[in-house]
Design a protein around this ligand. Structure first.
Ligand code: AMP
Ligand code: MG
Length: 427
């Protein structure tokens, strides 16, 4: 989607849209192909490097879904209740040794194999047992209210032998672990984890534990980045704070690009005198874009760093703490997912009614911080967190979603529908 350049907005003329940036990132990234074999439990959250076909039927045998009595559907009473002698018992893992006979039933437990000749189970709560005090052979009285085939789980009804169960690129979930175990699969081929290196730039930055001098601040971006990367199942290399000199930034770039798939920096991508990120990227690789029509996060630089043995994608995030989180969630999270799996996954968007009047300039996508809640009638309402400055990191901590205002929007009124992207639970 090409942006319309606004006359009132001459400085944004070379900025690309959020959509366009996401597309360019996907186009430039080559998904990982190297894989490793791991035992089943270690594969949780990892990405499958093979298609998994089922070696067996699940369930492996036709079995009862209830505790009750197995019967041939054709023997069911037609008009009035009928008595059936019990000729044996089938337990889960211990089938009945008696052969089924027409006009009889077999006592059966949940998960037990259906005796040959039976295809229907009557729940024990729905029969009357007539015991040996009354008749020679124990029997059950069954009413004419049942359907042939009921309460039976067919062999292969969950997974049929030979069918594709999980495909390449799939991120393994707890349910998948259970499915794979039910197929007897103990190890899997998964792609290796992406290697991500990151560092902060800025002469004003001090690490936690150091004493702040006048004008200095603690480096918080490395911590939010660490936290967001930790949730992505990647190999993390924290390279610390790098001073704002051409030489130290150059050296850090060279070091990171030797081993990482993705290199992330924060700060130093504006047009200030000490912003060496863009020229360094230019000297060591290619720049794919450096400005996005969004707020916060406009000066995001994306490029490729090449060494003789490696190629790393470079993301130069802005320095402002909220901009770091917004750009990470919009671009880096999908980029890491694509690198790891070859599949595109963008943030999920829902609609909610705005509790606030929100004003905005046309020409850029805005990611405001919001708190959404579900009303008793099931609809969603969202309100802003308050001050929306890109340095106000508490807005991200208080918020549970982004309010996404598209480029063309000039704001929304109270009660209008807006797009939200929840942070947790569903992505
Ligand atoms: P810059 O992009 O380097 O001009 O930085 C923009 C703003 O973000 C400045 O106020 C910086 O002090 C601040 N900033 C940059 N890096 C960090 C960081 N790692 N942690 C906290 N604030 C930062
Ligand atoms: Mg700086």
């Amino acid at each position: 989607m090409k942006r319309q350049t606004s006359c009132a907005d001459p400085f944004e003329a070379d900025a690309i849209s959020v959509d366009e940036a996401q597309k360019i990132i996907t186009k430039k990234i080559t998904p990982i192909t190297e894989s490793e074999k791991l035992d089943l439990r270690s594969c949780l959250n990892r990405y499958l490097a093979e298609d998994i076909y089922s070696p067996i039927d699940v369930p492996s045998h036709t079995n009862s879904a209830m505790d009750g009595y197995a019967i041939a559907g054709d023997d069911l009473p037609k008009k009035s209740a009928q008595s059936y002698p019990i000729i044996g018992t089938s337990y889960a893992g211990r089938p009945s040794s008696n052969t089924h006979k027409a006009g009889h039933v077999t006592r059966i437990m949940t998960g037990a194999v259906m005796p040959t000749g039976t295809d229907t189970v009557i729940m024990q709560e729905q029969v009357k047992v007539v015991d040996t005090l009354v008749v020679d052979t124990p029997s059950v009285l069954i009413k004419p209210e049942h359907k042939k085939g009921q309460n039976v789980r067919q062999a292969g009804e969950d997974i049929a032998k030979g069918c594709l169960v999980l495909s390449k690129g799939r991120q393994i979930t707890p349910a998948d672990l259970g499915i794979l175990a039910s197929l007897g699969i103990g190890e899997l081929d998964v792609y290796r984890r992406p290697r991500v290196a990151f560092f902060s730039t800025g002469d004003e930055l001090r690490s936690v534990g150091e004493i702040l001098k006048e004008g200095e601040i603690y480096d918080s971006n490395r911590y939010t980045l660490f936290g967001m990367l930790k949730q992505q199942d990647v190999e993390i290399t924290d390279m610390g704070v790098v001073r704002d000199t051409q030489e130290s930034i150059h050296n850090a770039f060279v070091k990171a690009s030797e081993f990482a798939d993705i290199v992330i920096t924060s700060g130093g991508v504006s047009v200030g005198d000490a912003d060496y990120i863009k020229p360094t990227l230019k000297a060591l690789g290619d720049t794919h874009f450096w400005k996005i029509a969004m707020k916060p996060g406009r000066p995001l630089t994306f490029g490729t760093l090449k060494t003789s043995s490696n190629e790393a994608k470079f993301f130069g995030l802005p320095g402002n703490p909220v901009a770091v989180m917004v750009t990470f969630l919009q671009f880096l999270k999908p980029a890491i997912h694509y690198l790891a799996s070859g599949k595109i996954k963008l943030p999920l968007t829902f609609q909610a009614n705005s509790s606030d009047n929100i004003r905005k300039r046309a020409g850029r996508t805005e990611f405001q911080r919001g708190i959404f809640k579900q009303n008793t009638d099931g609809t969603l309402t969202v309100k802003r967190t308050g001050k929306q400055g890109s340095g106000i990191l508490t807005s991200m901590s208080i918020a549970n979603c982004f309010i996404v205002l598209p480029e063309e929007s000039t704001g929304v009124g109270k009660g209008d529908s807006v797009a939200i992207q929840p942070f947790h639970g569903i992505n």
